[in-house]
Design a protein around this ligand. Structure first.
Ligand SMILES: Cc1cc2nc3c(=O)[nH]c(=O)nc-3n(C[C@H](O)[C@H](O)[C@H](O)COP(=O)(O)OP(=O)(O)OC[C@H]3O[C@@H](n4cnc5c(N)ncnc54)[C@H](O)[C@@H]3O)c2cc1C
Ligand code: SF4
Ligand code: SF4
Length: 371
């Protein structure tokens, strides 16, 4: 126990296997890969190919599902005490969109993530960017982008759990310049755990998190392939009305949520962080206007990159509409209080969460306020 009454977790490969991989709770973030010759990935499945005898290991230390301590991450990233229990550390909230027409056209919504990545590379803030590439209807793969064409090719959301961080450990070992990383919230948490170990030193130029409420298993791609009407989809979206919308031949096909639900990755049901609370900048949909993004500025580093990108004409901002803030908070409250209730009921799937008594109280009071 530490001074806050939070259990400090230590473990190694045996614990990772028992509590995460074997329990079906791996998020396929990819952070443990490249640390250990015995851990491999086959698509989105991460597994030990040989037992490892070490009692403690980096694989366990960097895994966001072995242990996650939000207060510790708040202090590490934002340098402050526990942050807003729903939205995490933040300095500003905007609507934003890219100004480059090609980025706008290729981006999932406003193309803010792609615009920021291109700006980081073009301005010299980053030398490489770790991204997720592929078509929306087939399993995606990690990519290390160093040029505009590769960044543009990675634009657009792939709604499954690519192990994007798999190339990180080799990239850090090789040395070289600063790296920008775009990842789902579980990947951002893993990155911060890597950083806390001192492995990234000053190599993380900027961490951009995309909002994520759930990811689908690769079986969803087989389901799509079995349907002639959506097999060649150019884009996929999860609109606020529910289900999945697939754009194909200029039209749109809606797949109802009931058909999609069986493909939700089990680990995502127990996820506590839909907005990448420990990123420098987090980007989501607006659930309101598909040409814009929600943009959360979380750190001084994120603010500096954003200011420079806006000054260079890469992005434009407008105020986040005050009346939309309760809608955003209600969605976050719903997910977090469900996970807190499971944790307090003793569910093994949420035991990875190390929530201090203050954070639990903050969430309970949010739940009361939103009821
Ligand atoms: C699995 C998943 C579920 C999501 N669910 C929601 C949601 O419920 N609500 C919401 O507001 N937003 C959600 N998002 C985020 C949203 O889809 C957009 O990614 C985000 O708003 C950024 O939009 P953009 O226009 O800036 O994207 P773009 O400029 O097109 O950039 C997209 C970036 O996302 C990265 N990326 C694509 N797929 C993945 C992946 N599988 N894993 C990691 N990185 C990836 C790419 O490398 C690229 O850098 C989800 C994203 C993912 C990956
Ligand atoms: S670090 Fe990521 S990929 Fe590895 S076991 Fe944990 S969740 Fe899975
Ligand atoms: S819902 Fe959570 S665990 Fe699942 S992919 Fe998204 S961030 Fe990772």
């Amino acid at each position: 126990m530490d001074a806050r009454g939070v259990e400090v977790e230590r473990g190694g490969p045996a614990e990772l296997q028992a509590r995460v991989l074997g329990a079906g709770l791996c998020t396929a973030c990819g952070a443990c890969l490249g640390h250990c010759p015995y851990l491999k990935t086959l698509g989105e499945r991460v597994a030990f190919i040989h037992p490892c005898p070490l009692p403690e290991g980096r694989c366990f230390e960097v895994c966001p599902r072995a242990a996650l301590d939000p207060d510790r991450l708040d202090a590490q990233v934002a340098g402050a005490g526990p942050a807003d229990p729903l939205l995490g550390p933040h300095r500003a909230l905007h609507f934003a969109r890219a100004l480059d027409p090609e980025v706008k056209q290729r981006g999932q919504y406003g193309g803010v993530t792609t615009a920021l990545t291109l700006f980081a590379l073009g301005s010299g803030a980053a030398e490489a960017a770790l991204l997720t590439a592929g078509s929306p209807t087939a399993a995606p793969h990690p990519v290390v982008a160093r040029d505009r064409a590769t960044v543009l090719a990675a634009a657009g959301t792939k709604y499954s759990a690519c192990a994007t961080l798999a190339p990180l450990a080799p990239l850090l070992r090789q040395g070289g310049g600063p790296i920008a990383v775009v990842g789902r919230p579980c990947q951002v948490a893993a990155l911060r755990k890597v950083e806390a170990r001192g492995e990234a030193e000053s190599r993380l130029a900027v961490v951009i998190g995309v909002f994520c409420f759930w990811a689908l298993t690769p079986a969803f791609y087989r389901f799509l392939a079995s349907r002639a009407d959506v097999a060649r989809a150019a884009k996929m979206d999860i609109p606020k009305e529910g289900g999945v919308v697939v754009s194909v031949n200029g039209g749109a096909v809606r797949i109802p949520l009931d058909e999609v639900r069986p493909f939700i990755r089990p680990a995502c049901q127990h996820c506590f962080d839909p907005t990448a609370e420990w990123a420098d900048l987090s980007v989501g949909s607006t659930e309101y206007d598909p040409d814009w993004n929600t943009l959360v500025v979380r750190t001084a580093r994120g603010q500096a990159l954003l200011d420079a990108a806006v000054a260079a004409g890469a992005l434009e901002l407008k105020p986040y509409p005050a009346e939309r803030i309760p809608i955003l908070r209600a969605a976050l409250r719903g997910k977090k209080t469900r996970v807190l209730a499971a944790l307090e009921a003793g569910s093994a799937e949420t035991a990875y969460l190390q929530l201090s008594p203050e954070r639990r109280a903050g969430l309970r009071s949010e739940a009361g306020a939103g009821a």
